[in-house]
Design a protein around this ligand. Structure first.
Ligand SMILES: Cc1cc2nc3c(=O)[nH]c(=O)nc-3n(C[C@H](O)[C@H](O)[C@H](O)COP(=O)(O)OP(=O)(O)OC[C@H]3O[C@@H](n4cnc5c(N)ncnc54)[C@H](O)[C@@H]3O)c2cc1C
Length: 422
């Protein structure tokens, strides 16, 4: 019997030796590390450097219990209203391109209860394996500091925790060890406006820059090469076989290639058959000192702002700006994020804001990542993780590396087929 299209996409180049990974964010570096676990020789190419994309200044939550697909009916209702309200947590800025319109149309189509439930079911196996995959990185020699701690999620008067609780109970029903409880007393750093606090156990958090440095160091120590300043312009077959062409220097020959270029994925992946639009959902962060430092993350769902311990300061991260992935940093947008939490957080020195940063979340219209083979033999995609690329970064690398190196389809990855219509 001849192999199915699915099988032939995977098996023709089984057990590759030399693998090129394009993109040195959390997803690309995790792929590189797990590919090495299977014995591959890995070269990672990044147009800038390690952590140049969304993976550096994010909130660092590893929260499989909270990692739901973004499109859902409530967000759609809020989204339409907020798109028209300057300063709200979700906005569309700048010129709206045809690609952005295609994304918004797909996002709207996917914002139904039944699609959300299907998405949750697809993400459930990744959620279960998310923290164990980080444990594997650490026990395998990655010097990442993956912290445990109780996440505190603060609700102001009139804010309803039912939506979040629904996510948590859905994750628990899928087998995740989700434990939470509520308190109502006043607790720093929350101001007295916060009336109810949900304490969530069993999740993890990292300083994402430290995680990336540790991953990069481990990949290099194990014989991998990380080439910074190497912008890939195309991937395909040349005279010597599969290769990644850069704007400078000679092509990089490979038996397999993984594209992990975050919000820039369409630039290389579109001509490889990946039609799902990947839209930048830009978020901002900075750090501020708190009178009483926090030792675990704090989240304000009403403002959609996250605080994470950052040395003796707190990193503040938030907002979702549907915009050009390369648009310049907008200080006004960061100030809007900070103003939105002034009344909710006590003891922050808002005059001492440091480390301003913007990053582009790679959003897909159905809220699911793109992980798997393209239509070009030996070329794979790992990206489109949207709000949850850190949470799902390690497990993505683990499962995709297994699929690439064994040539056997990993069933957990089936819903994330990059060639789906989205
Ligand atoms: C404010 C904010 C807070 C967030 N908080 C969290 C959180 O708490 N938990 C969580 O799980 N997720 C969080 N996220 C999401 C997370 O940051 C992303 O999902 C994740 O970083 C995506 O990783 P990536 O490796 O796919 O892409 P990126 O980190 O963007 O990496 C892509 C890399 O590809 C390189 N590249 C692009 N094009 C080319 C090319 N042609 N040639 C060579 N290199 C190229 C870029 O330079 C870049 O280094 C947050 C995001 C933001 C913005």
């Amino acid at each position: 019997m001849s192999p199915s299209f699915e099988e032939s996409r995977l098996t023709k180049l089984s057990a590759p030796r030399q693998v090129v990974v394009v993109g040195a964010g959390v997803v690309g570096l995790s792929c590189a590390w797990f590919l090495q676990e299977h014995g591959a020789d890995v070269t990672v190419l990044d147009r800038s450097g390690v952590g140049a994309g969304a993976s550096w200044g994010n909130a660092g939550y590893i929260t499989p219990a909270m990692s739901a697909p973004l499109p859902e009916p409530a967000l759609l209702r809020e989204g339409v209203r907020s798109l028209l309200t300057p300063g709200s947590p979700v906005t569309v800025s700048g010129r709206v391109s045809a690609a952005t319109l295609a994304f918004l149309a797909g996002f709207t189509r996917n914002s139904t209860g039944s699609r959300w439930r299907r998405g949750m079911a697809a993400l459930a196996p990744l959620g279960l394996a998310s923290i164990p995959a980080f444990d594997e990185l650490v026990s395998g020699g990655v010097a990442a500091e993956v912290h445990k701690g109780t996440f505190r999620i603060g609700f102001a008067a009139g804010e309803d925790p039912a939506g979040l609780e629904h996510e948590l109970t859905t994750a628990r029903a899928a087998g995740q060890p989700v434990r939470y409880r509520y308190t109502t007393g006043h607790e720093p750093p929350f101001s007295s406006r916060i009336k109810q606090i949900l304490h969530l156990e069993g999740q993890r958090f990292v300083a994402p820059g430290q995680l990336l440095d540790a991953l990069a160091e481990s990949v290099t120590k194990r014989g991998g090469e990380i080439v910074e300043g190497a912008q890939v312009r195309s991937v395909g077959f040349g005279p010597g076989g599969l290769q990644a062409d850069t704007w400078t220097g000679s092509p990089y020959r490979a038996d397999a290639v993984v594209l992990a270029t975050g919000a820039w994925l369409p630039e290389l992946a579109r001509r490889l058959g990946v039609r799902v639009p990947v839209q930048a959902g830009r978020g901002y962060s900075c750090s501020v000192p708190l009178a009483e430092p926090i030792n675990a993350p704090v989240y304000l769902p009403g403002a959609r702002v996250a605080l994470t311990p950052y040395g003796n300061r707190a990193r503040v991260a938030g907002t979702m700006e549907i915009a050009d992935r390369d648009a310049p940093f907008d200080r006004g947008r960061l100030d809007t994020v900070l103003r939105s939490i002034h009344p909710l957080i006590d003891g922050a020195d808002w005059a001492d804001v440091r480390d301003p940063w913007v990053g582009a979340r790679p959003l897909t219209p159905d809220g699911l990542p793109l992980i798997g083979a393209t239509k070009v033999e030996g070329v794979h995609v790992a990206g489109g993780h949207g709000m949850w690329g850190v949470t799902f970064g390690a497990v993505t690398g683990k499962l995709l590396a297994r699929q690439i190196m064994s040539g056997v389809a990993v069933p957990e990855l089936a819903p994330f087929d990059p060639l789906r219509t989205g």
